[in-house]
Ligand binder design. Structure first.
Ligand SMILES: C[S@@+](CC[C@H](N)C(=O)[O-])C[C@H]1O[C@@H](n2cnc3c(N)ncnc32)[C@H](O)[C@@H]1O
Ligand SMILES: O=C(O)C(=O)C[C@]1(C(=O)O)C=C[C@@H](O)C=C1
Length: 243
C-alpha cells in the first residue's frame, strides 16, 4: 500500500510548509529511506540500544513515532520483563496508519500504546529508553530545552535518550560540502533537482537543524552527564545521552 514519493516532482505554483499529512503518510517509508542517509541502519541499531538500556518494569518512549519504525525495532529487541512502549505523534494520519502496521506486528509480546498527542504534553515517567528519531528538529528551538529537561527528569538513573537529527555546521565550508553530499545522496536515490529544491523550501520554516555542539550543550544543560555520537553520515547524526 506504500507508494513512491513524488510529492515534489511536478513544479508547484506555491510551496506550502511541509506537514505530516495523509499525502506524506502514504509515501513516508519511501520518502524517509531515500532522504535520510543510514535511516535503516539507525532504526535497526536503536533496537540494539533499547535491548541494552531497557530496564525491567519501565516505559520506553518513541516520541515523534510517525509509523512506528523505532517502536517496532525496540519491540523486537527488548527482553527485560514488564516493559512497555509508549509511541507518540501529533499527526492523526501517522497514528492511524501506525496503528494498522502495529496490529500486523506479532513477533513480540511487548505492549505498545500509540498516542496522538503533542510530545510536549506527554509526561515522561519511569522511563529507561527515550527516542527522538528526527523529531526534535520539528520542535521550535525555544521549546527544545524544556523538552529535553522533561525527558531527563522522567528517565531512571542509567536510562538513555537517543537523539537523531539533521545537523547544521558552524563552518560555512563544512556546511556546504556536507549539504551537497546529502543532495547527491538524494539524487542517487532518484530525486530530481526540482524535487530536492521544492522540498527544501517546504521544510525551511518547519525543520530547523542545529549544530552538534548546540545539541550536546543542551543535553548537558538538562543534566545528562554524557552524550556520545554513535552515528553520522553527511549532515545526519545520532547521539546517545545517558543519565
Ligand atoms: C521525521 S518524522 C520521525 C520519523 C520516525 N521517528 C521514524 O523513525 O520513522 C517526524 C515526526 O515527528 C512528529 N512530530 C513533530 N512535532 C511533534 C510534536 N510536537 N509532538 C509529537 N509529534 C511531533 C511528526 O508528525 C512526524 O511524524
Ligand atoms: O532534509 C531533508 O531533505 C529531509 O527530507 C529530511 C527529513 C527528516 O530528516 O526528517 C524531512 C522530512 C521527511 O520526513 C524525511 C526526511
Amino acid at each position: 500500500m506504500t507508494k513512491n514519493d513524488a510529492l515534489y516532482a511536478a513544479p508547484l505554483q506555491e510551496i506550502i510548509d511541509f506537514a505530516f499529512d495523509e499525502r506524506v503518510v502514504a509515501v513516508f517509508p519511501d520518502m524517509i529511506q531515500r532522504s535520510v542517509p543510514g535511516y535503516g541502519m539507525i532504526i535497526a541499531n536503536i533496537g540494539i540500544v533499547a535491548a541494552k538500556y531497557a530496564q525491567a518494569g519501565t516505559h520506553c518512549y518513541d516520541l515523534g513515532c510517525s509509523l512506528g519504525a523505532v517502536t517496532l525495532a525496540m519491540r523486537q529487541r527488548i527482553t527485560q520483563p514488564d516493559c512497555d512502549i509508549i509511541a507518540v505523534d501529533n499527526s492523526p494520519a501517522m497514528i492511524e496508519r501506525g496503528r494498522e502496521l502495529l496490529a500486523r506486528d506479532n513477533g513480540s509480546s511487548v505492549p505498545v500504546t500509540m498516542i496522538c498527542a503533542d510530545l510536549k504534553e506527554v509526561k515522561v515517567e519511569n522511563a529507561s529508553v527515550v527516542v527522538l528519531n528526527f523529531t526534535l528538529q520539528f520542535v521550535p528551538p525555544a521549546q527544545r530545552l524544556a523538552v529535553i529537561r522533561s525527558i531527563y527528569q522522567g528517565l531512571r538513573p542509567g536510562g538513555v535518550l537517543v537523539l537523531s537529527e539533521k545537523i547544521a555546521f558552524a563552518d560555512p565550508a563544512q556546511q556546504q560540502v556536507l549539504m551537497e553530499l546529502h543532495h547527491d545522496f538524494k539524487r542517487a536515490n532518484g530525486y530530481s533537482d526540482l524535487e530536492i529544491s521544492q522540498k527544501r523550501t517546504a521544510l525551511e520554516n518547519v525543520m530547523i537543524p542545529e549544530t552538534l555542539a548546540c545539541h550536546q550543550e543542551r543535553l548537558a544543560a538538562a543534566g545528562f552527564s554524557a552524550s556520545y555520537l554513535w552515528f553520522q553520515c553527511f549532515n545526519f547524526a545520532s547521539l546517545v545521552a545517558i543519565k
